[in-house]
Ligand binder design. Sequence first.
Ligand code: SF4
Length: 372
Amino acid sequence: MKVTYPHMGNMALGVKTMLEELEVKVVLPPPITKKTLTLGTKYGPEFACLPFKINLGNFIEAYELGADTILMAGGTGPCRFGYYAYVEQEILRDLGIYYDLLVLEPPERNILEFITKLKKLTGNKPLPQVIRAIKKGFFKIKAADEIEKKAAFFRARELTKGVTDRVWQEFLRNLDQAKNEKEINEAMNMAKESLASIPVDLTRKVLKVGVVGEIYTLLEPFTNFNIERHLGNLGVEVCRTIYLSEWVNDHLFMGLFRNFSRHEEIVREAAPYLCHFVGGHGQETVGGVKYLKKQGYDGVIQLLPFTCMPEIVAQAVLPEVSEQLDIPVLTLVVDEHTGEAGLLTRLEAFCDLLSFRKQRGGNYEKRLISGC
Ligand code: SF4
């Protein structure tokens, strides 16, 4: 069995570690490129959401490298994610690409369900080995999230552009090679020291912008055109409402680590604007705007793939949230036709508006800006 799975931000680091600890052979798809997107767009249904198409491209490329089994998360609720794996398998079969499919549905009651499923999938490995594998994978994505948050602070204030990015890339390489918890901690400590030694301008008045929206688009830099790096280079400190380790803790570990995730708090903030689950992260998107406003953020960017149902619902609610809370919200819709230059122009215009507004005492412009 040679297992592959789709890329989504730093997820590959953790899943690879977990599977290798369980003695499963992993074949990672090559990093996402235009070719991946072209393959997914060519063979995927036209109105499928962008993550579906990129996943499909990942699987076609991984097959060429020898993968024979797909590992995917499942999903429930009013969005297409729950069908992804099965529809993709059918499309691949039509192309003459035969994969076995392992779908890890989210547990309904507790983490034991998840552990049992993983144990079965990996040929009934001993329980301590499965737990050790899960822990190691989780520590890696948690470490990546922690350093990514710190990097956002330094990127907005660095005196020489690109230094923070180099530290981040070096950290990812070290983290990938880390074999145990001790080495993960060493990689983290080294990254923290490197970040702390970056020459920064602490007097710079940076803007603080939160990014909310659909999870794949938030986490995968190829899909969001590296929005966090671009904003950082514009002198903006960025925070997301979704980090992978929080999502894993909430949805796969059923909140095992207490006080680790902000998910419940963010969802609570969605009231009275959106009081029920609409699939995906639509409710978190609405709650995220209020949450970020309370944290003192200057503006919010909503990111979504074209045709994403939960985010379209959230988008419809955001004008009122923006108006009532007096915080500008920019909506950016991405698909295979989106160009980086156009997206950058919108980001720059949004940041100009936020700076102007800040200089005028925060009450100059209160309007939602929409773009696709
Ligand atoms: S949340 Fe949106 S983009 Fe993600 S699978 Fe559902 S519909 Fe597609």
